[in-house]
Design a protein. Structure first.
Length: 577
């Protein structure tokens, strides 16, 4: 049985790797892989292998967590509370998550519950190995990989045992509330013992003036006799990840192996029928994954009962129906972004109104301006109820009695209305905060009427340009816009997003450059000859805004013509492989 489990685990892991490597034959995966690999190298790996002077330092520990007794004790305290907390979880069915194929083949098989536990242990190893490898590279390099992997394996087995124990306690009449009260009492008792230990140790003012002395003073109470007994098991996990010596790490790893088998035996001895509970747990896990993927793809309906904003009446203009459909979708999918953005604006504005310090007001105004400048990127991603939402139904869109140009314009109309309104609010808040802060220099311009008028004139064209760029990816490269279930994680996806973000910035810069060439002289002339008159600046800004609107119009016409040429069977068929 063990050999069969080992064969299934290794073969499944190998097939997954081979499948991801074969996908590199497609340009979108290959480009994303190269970009993600470059990002990983320049951000993390280069620092592991080369020093700041370019000297090779392979094998040197580098900057990891500090290997001190205080760091070990701090991690032990965190591990202590993490080991106790799962006993208070409300889930008490004892179900283990299996895939539909595993449920279909393993549950009817002549296998004991202990064999199913062994199977879960084997199937968890690839993910645990990858997680341990990543943590060993990016934070726990002093643990030498096995010091991270063994705590992960032991903790996973411990959490499985606790899940089955909660189900067994329920059968004994000990439900969630009793367990919750017991855990809270344990936390209170441990906290009381910690308070007594710290009061007994005492800390002088001289000790708190020096950082190292303060850490030593804080760490001393953690070695009181009672606290030492409480932290025995948590220190085993901490010493494996943050070894003070090689001998202490090896001893901790050996004890973790012993603890793993003890937890495995206890979990196997618990007389809990978890097959039916596992079916429900697996269904909940699949529903959760579906919801997460829907949220990432912008198709998860958060408020399904949200009424439409207006009644759709019969009309000979199909654009109205598309706008109405996207507006209803935005209210039911992305309406939660609006209260969040209002809350952010209030959190920036209210402290600015309450404080009288010029520096704090200037900081708040700068943060508001930065947020307003970034909002066209955030808003176009948050309100994606356009061609990105309708991409899986592109064959239905192409059957509508409407030209591609009008369809593209109608698709971006709803997110343009929402993002423009919110952008106007953000710019107004930022301008008010800047004006109230009484800052000087070039920052003071953002609190003047000239900036407000200029920003209002440019808001809709810039938001429209950003939305056109986002939708151009759907029309020109549908394969890059379609996401499968396997495309949610990994540095290949990070590379694809980096490539798309860089392309977005370059295209937006290219679009804004002609308008900026017209706007900058107009701004300088208005400020020099008319003392920054808002009316004059508004008039001189009109050519720049008109040029930007013309560029957006030509882009919509171009995308509409390309949309009419899209072959749904070939583009989307390749993208969903």
């Amino acid at each position: 049985m063990i050999r069969a489990f080992w064969f299934i685990t290794t073969r499944s892991f190998r097939n997954r790797v081979v499948m991801r490597l074969k996908r590199l034959r497609q340009p979108r995966y290959l480009i994303g892989f190269i970009a993600g690999l470059a990002y990983l190298w320049f951000m993390f790996l280069r620092r592991l292998f080369f020093s700041s002077h370019g000297a090779v330092r392979i094998g040197v520990v580098g900057a990891g967590l500090p290997m001190t007794q205080g760091a070990v004790d701090g991690m032990a305290v965190v591990a202590l509370f993490g080991l106790i907390l799962p006993w208070a979880f409300p889930e008490q069915s004892g179900g283990l998550t299996f895939s539909p194929a595993e449920i279909q083949f393993l549950f009817p098989a002549p296998m004991s519950r202990r064999a199913l536990l062994y199977y879960k242990v084997f199937r968890q190893q690839p993910q645990l190995l990858i997680s341990a490898l990543m943590m060993s590279l990016f934070g726990f390099r002093q643990a030498h990989f096995y010091g991270v992997w063994l705590p992960f394996v032991t903790l996973t087995m411990y959490f499985t045992m606790v899940a089955l124990a909660r189900a067994r306690l329920k059968l004994m009449g000990i439900g969630f509330w009793i367990r919750l009260v017991a855990v809270l009492l344990i936390y209170a008792g441990i906290g009381w013992l910690f308070v007594i230990a710290f009061r007994t140790a005492g800390m002088s003012t001289a000790q708190m003036q020096n950082a190292s002395a303060a850490f030593r003073a804080i760490d001393t109470p953690l070695h009181a006799p009672v606290i030492n007994v409480i932290l025995v098991i948590p220190r085993i996990f901490a010493l494996a990840a943050i070894p003070l010596t090689l001998g202490s790490q090896l001893m901790s790893c050996a004890l973790l192996v012993v603890m793993f088998f003890i937890f495995l035996v206890i979990a196997g001895q618990l007389n809990v029928s978890f097959e039916e509970a596992s079916l429900h747990a697996s269904e909940r896990r699949q529903a959760r994954l579906t919801r997460i993927r829907g949220q990432r793809a912008g198709r998860f309906v958060m408020f399904p009962r949200m009424p439409p904003p207006f009644r759709l009446r019969p009309s000979k203009h199909p654009e109205i129906a598309i706008i109405w459909k996207n507006l209803v979708a935005a209210l039911r999918i992305s309406v939660a972004w609006i209260p969040l953005l209002i809350f952010i604006a209030a959190m920036l504005l209210v402290p600015n109104l309450m404080t009288h310090q010029k520096f704090l007001r200037g900081v708040g105004a700068t943060m508001a301006l930065c947020f307003a400048g970034l909002f066209p990127f955030i808003g176009s991603q948050a309100f994606s109820q356009d061609l990105r939402l309708d991409l899986p139904d592109m064959e239905l869109l192409k059957s509508f009695p409407i030209s591609g140009e009008r369809l593209v314009a109608a698709e971006i109309a709803t997110p343009l209305i929402l993002t423009s309104i919110l952008e106007v609010i953000m710019l107004t808040v930022a301008a008010i905060m800047t004006s109230l802060s009484h800052v000087s220099g070039w920052l003071a311009f953002f609190g003047t009427p000239e900036f407000v008028i200029t920003a209002m004139l440019f808001t809709i064209p810039i938001c429209a340009a950003q939305l056109v760029i986002r939708n151009a990816l759907v029309v020109l490269l549908p394969g890059w816009a379609v996401r499968s279930g396997e495309d949610q994680r990994g540095f290949t996806v990070v590379g694809q997003r980096l490539v798309m973000f860089a392309g977005n910035l370059l295209v937006l810069l290219f679009v804004l450059l002609p308008a900026a060439i017209l706007f900058v002289p107009a701004l300088l002339l208005s400020h020099h000859y008319f003392h920054g008159s808002a009316a004059v600046l508004a008039i001189t800004t009109v050519p720049s805004v008109a040029l930007l609107c013309l560029e957006v119009w030509f882009a919509i016409r171009f995308l509409g013509a390309q949309f009419d040429k899209v072959d749904v069977t070939t583009e989307l068929g390749v993208a969903t492989i």
